[in-house]
Design a protein around this ligand. Structure first.
Ligand SMILES: Cc1cc2nc3c(=O)[nH]c(=O)nc-3n(C[C@H](O)[C@H](O)[C@H](O)COP(=O)(O)OP(=O)(O)OC[C@H]3O[C@@H](n4cnc5c(N)ncnc54)[C@H](O)[C@@H]3O)c2cc1C
Length: 457
């Protein structure tokens, strides 16, 4: 194992940020702003991929509304200072006593990185809650590979259904099941229904409208539990009108190759099961030895300091208490993560400079929440005012568009949307070669075993 050094003595104070998502990147960017005239601080950003992913727009990659590359931004393009460094590597472990992090680089070797201050911003990964068969047969919606895998799976099923002679198998191919009715579940559900119906009409004449079947399976008694009840009800009504059967208060029990078992044992035959039902913090957080809650999120003070000196945690992998509300915590959202980062950067610089009086709690009152539910419809609440329908969708798009990093990024996204509205979606299936070993994540392209089909049927 090698130790990576970058600067010459006298060593600057090295801030090591783990995770290149909303929280990590924004922390790095704010630290850069605060320390731009200083050469006694250097910033290292380590992440698994060399880009950050704009997750709110991920379902649109799946439907082809947005080019995959336009949903991501290179980490190196987001860091400006010569003394900042974006490093693509997998974080394997954190040695808090030795102030070192062990990472696995693309060279397949482990490296030790020393730090003076550490930010843990490793986010979350898909949680399966031990539901049988999810890893093997379901597709997630958390990574770019997930979006690709889902798009490919949907198109594959439409292509197969056109040739399928067996009525039961054809029904399973044309049935789409989404597990989870939170933000990502509802947004994914809206987007795929829209996509499937649009491409069916134009490109798959042998599939008739009534053959398509869509389901949402949700453990809680309502859709969009993050929103007021009537907003969730509105989303549910809209989705039902568009053909969704919504199974509320129903657990997903088992995912099989040919379908899913839900609640009371009902079996829904389906070749496309999408799991959006949960996120768990990266296991590296718990294994590091810092204090965590039962789910493995870092327990921090409202200032985002962990129990260890010089170690901070932020974003989805941290449980950040609200400073003015006992027992309440900031929600794990991108919106919060970017605000937490601004405060964290200030706190870190104050702490490094020996100004504990300037290390302040994170305070932020969410001004609004919006969700897109497909077909140019949305739902949400902004400044306490409930919005729904086209206006909510437009506000959702406008808000997230304004948050896409860089002018170039915004231009690309706007152009994609414009061209798509003119020319519509196409069913191009980009068969990227993933290892055929499982159902979730990068391996999510696992296809059902080949069946004999008769094209003349
Ligand atoms: C489909 C979807 C839609 C969403 N829509 C919204 C929305 O509309 N509004 C909203 O506010 N929030 C939304 N969210 C939630 C939002 O994405 C998260 O709250 C946000 O991404 C949290 O940011 P983060 O930086 O903490 O974590 P992440 O964005 O998950 O970033 C973590 C980073 O750490 C890296 N990483 C993890 N483990 C390792 C490791 N071992 N080694 C190296 N790198 C590692 C990951 O690759 C990633 O780059 C959505 C999420 C999804 C999945």
């Amino acid at each position: 194992m090698r130790t990576i050094y970058r600067s010459e003595p006298p060593w600057p104070h090295r801030i090591l940020i783990l995770g290149g998502g909303f929280a990590g990147v924004e922390t790095a960017r704010h630290l850069e702003k605060l320390t731009r005239r200083r050469d006694d601080i250097e910033i290292w950003l380590v992440s698994r991929e060399n880009f950050s992913l704009f997750t709110p727009l991920l379902p649109e990659v799946c439907s082809g509304n947005l080019e995959a590359r336009h949903c991501v931004t290179a980490l190196r393009a987001q860091l400006r200072r010569p003394s900042s460094w974006a490093l693509t590597a997998d974080v394997e472990s954190i040695d808090l006593d030795g102030k070192q992090v062990v990472v696995m680089g693309g060279d397949g070797e482990s490296h030790r990185l020393n730090y003076d201050s550490l930010v843990i911003a490793l986010g979350g990964e898909t949680a399966t809650f031990g539901i049988k068969g999810i890893h093997e047969w379901a597709v997630g919606m958390k990574t770019l590979a997930d979006a690709f895998a889902l798009r490919n799976r949907i198109i594959e099923m439409l292509e197969r259904a056109e040739l399928e002679a067996d009525a039961d198998e054809r029904a399973a191919q044309l049935t789409f099941v989404v597990g989870g009715a939170g933000f990502s579940g509802v947004e994914t559900a809206g987007e795929i229904e829209d996509f499937v119906r649009r491409v069916r009409r134009r490109f798959y004449p042998k599939i008739v409208h009534g053959e398509l079947s869509f389901h949402i399976v949700e453990l809680k008694e309502r859709v969009l539990p993050e929103m007021p009840q009537d907003m969730g009800d509105y989303a549910a009504t809209k989705l039902r009108r568009r053909g969704y059967e919504i199974h509320l208060g129903t657990p997903m029990k088992e995912v099989r190759e040919d379908g899913v078992v839900i609640g009371d044992g009902t079996f829904i035959p389906s070749r496309t099961v999408i799991w959006t039902g949960g996120v768990q913090p990266s296991p590296v957080v718990r294994e590091s030895g810092i204090e965590t809650d039962h789910a493995g999120r870092a327990l921090v003070k409202p200032t985002m300091q962990t129990s260890r000196d010089g170690v901070w945690a932020i974003g989805d992998c941290a449980l950040i208490p609200k400073a003015d509300e006992d027992g309440a915590f900031h929600a794990p959202t991108a919106q919060n993560a970017v605000r937490e980062a601004t405060r964290l950067a200030k706190n870190m610089v104050a702490s490094i400079d020996g100004r504990p009086d300037r290390v302040l709690p994170f305070r932020y009152k969410v001004v609004g929440i919006l969700a897109s539910i497909g077909s140019h419809t949305g739902v949400g609440m902004v400044f306490g005012i409930k919005v729904r329908g086209w206006l909510a969708w437009f506000m959702w798009r406008g808000y997230y568009w304004s948050r896409v990093p860089g002018i170039g990024g915004k231009a690309r996204v706007a152009l994609d949307w414009f061209l798509n509205s003119l020319f519509g979606s196409d069913p191009v299936q980009l068969k990227v070669d993933y290892p055929d070993t499982g159902g979730m994540g990068p391996s999510g392209t696992r296809r059902p075993p080949p069946r004999s089909v008769d094209p003349r049927a």
